[in-house]
Design a protein around this ligand. Structure first.
Ligand code: UDP
Length: 471
């Protein structure tokens, strides 16, 4: 037994990845493991002064490597491949030297931290796993998305081979046709529920979207890691986990992490706490909370449809509108919300909310969300009914699980006309059936994370695994 375990944790430097890997790091530190959490320099500067930059435990510290992009680069959804390429060119060298120094015995016990014994890298950074193994440091892959989306990416090579992908050209691509070949999803998975990059048609010049190819390659490469860690619970994604297991050396389902290892916020944006007082003034379960996460962007037309639908639904709503989210100025957005609501109290707009606190608030009646995996888990744990308008990546499949498997909400996929927004929000707010499913799901997941539950037990098994010398 090697007691002095020290794990280097590397998240892909986007909000959703940072959040859940920070919960994970906090949990490890709480279990007596030393953890170095590796941000990019850009993000560490953005976080300076935020509670997360002060470590929650003396066994947790934050270091950084450059990402190679200028500070004023948007790092937006359109430039994710650019960020990946820049990190490959720049961060890899800095990471290699840092890991080489932190893992060498001669560098032991600097500031009370023993040498690094293990790397847990975001599965989107396959290079971090390769470099660690080259340096003789055992490495594990952490995927921050759902197990069902991981399985979908893992199935793409078979879907290509069987001709399920690319979708046929013409006729709208038959997006409501069932998909065969993602095991365990028979009977509910449709073409439109696959990751959005799968929608390229057979007639298009390149058969496979470059982003899809990258995600599939990275998913397949996760097999090289000593184990795969997923922020999910067995009771939520039992079938997907069972189908993933034979492809990996080991799999740990240890979530929802935010509910197991609460930590101060790791928000890259300043949280506007003022909305909590506004929520305090609202009636129980009366408010629609609207947030599309940290990356989604919407057109001005889509914004106008959401706004009209929300106003027509008639409930008070709290809307997170990041300044970079709608293709018009923030002043225009605020004026249009004020005009649509008659300058009244129906709406509150913030640039960024303390989302976990908002979802926990008694006034919130439903969550209109892009179904990002963190947001989905946060709503599930609080038993808040969801209305999903998925944007990209795993969100298409997550929202199908919400609407058709767990039934704790409705899936508005591909539609945001005002009538649909109004109708769907009303149904989510008023349906006893959806609320009962949401509450039952919350209870079920709480059993997973309680002592002796599957996620708590898997987390303990993972800590033991990490402590094993040579893994
Ligand atoms: N979030 C937040 N405040 C906001 C909007 C989002 O704190 O106003 C957090 C949210 O709680 C979640 C994360 O940002 O933990 C978003 O991750 P998710 O996987 O849901 O979506 P992504 O941003 O990756 O698309």
């Amino acid at each position: 037994m090697a007691a002095a375990a020290h794990v280097l944790v590397l998240p892909w430097p986007l909000q959703g990845h940072i959040n859940c890997m920070l919960y994970f790091a906090t949990g490890l530190a709480g279990a007596g493991v030393h953890v170095t959490f590796l941000h990019t320099e850009h993000n560490l500067r953005r976080l300076a002064g935020a509670p997360s930059s002060a470590a929650a435990s003396p066994r947790l510290r934050f270091l950084s490597v450059p990402d190679g992009l200028p500070d004023d680069h948007p790092r937006s959804v359109d430039s994710l491949l650019e960020l990946a390429a820049s990190m490959l060119a720049t961060s890899t060298g800095a990471y290699r030297s840092l890991l080489s120094s932190l893992s060498s015995a001669s560098d032991a016990v600097v500031g009370g931290f023993p040498p690094v014994t293990c790397v847990v890298a975001d599965g989107l950074m396959a290079w971090a796993i390769d470099i660690a193994e080259e340096l003789g440091v055992p490495s594990l892959a952490f995927r921050t998305a759902s197990a069902c989306s991981f399985l979908a990416y893992l199935s793409v090579p078979d879907l290509l081979e069987s001709g399920e992908l690319p979708f046929p050209a013409g006729g709208g691509g038959g997006l409501d046709e069932p998909v065969r070949g993602v095991p365990g999803t028979e009977g509910f998975l449709r073409r439109r529920d696959l990751p959005i990059q799968c929608r390229r048609r057979r007639s298009d010049s390149d058969d496979v979207d470059p982003m899809l190819r990258t995600l599939v390659d990275l998913t397949v490469q996760s097999r090289k890691a000593r184990a795969l860690i997923l922020n999910t619970a067995a009771s939520l994604e039992h079938a997907a986990l069972a189908h993933i297991a034979p492809h990996m050396r080991d799999v740990f389902a240890i979530g929802p992490l935010h509910a197991m290892h609460p930590t101060p916020s790791g928000s890259l944006w300043r949280e506007d706490d003022g909305c909590m007082a506004w929520l305090d003034a609202q009636a129980d379960m009366s408010v629609v909370y609207v947030s599309l996460g940290s990356l989604a962007v919407i057109s001005h037309e889509q914004f106008a449809e959401f706004l009209s639908g929300l106003v027509a639904a008639g409930y008070p709503f709290l809307w997170v509108l990041r300044p970079d989210m709608v293709g018009v100025s923030q002043a225009t957005v605020l004026q249009e919300v004020a005009r649509a609501t008659g300058n009244g109290e129906q709406a509150r707009v913030v640039a960024w909310a303390p989302q976990r606190d908002v979802l926990r608030h008694r006034a919130v009646g439903c969550f209109l969300t892009h179904a990002g995996w963190n947001s989905t888990l946060e709503a599930v744990v609080e038993g808040v009914p969801m209305v999903c308008w998925p944007f990209f990546a795993d969100q298409q499949i997550n929202s199908r699980f919400v609407g058709a498997v767990w039934r704790n909400g409705l899936d508005m996929k591909d539609v945001c006309e005002r009538e649909a927004v109004e109708r769907t929000v009303r149904e989510a707010m008023e349906s006893d059936e959806i609320r009962r499913s949401a509450e039952a799901l919350a209870q079920q997941v709480k059993r997973d994370i309680a002592a002796g539950g599957s996620s708590a037990t898997e987390f303990q098994r993972l800590v033991g695994f990490i402590r094993e010398p040579g893994i």
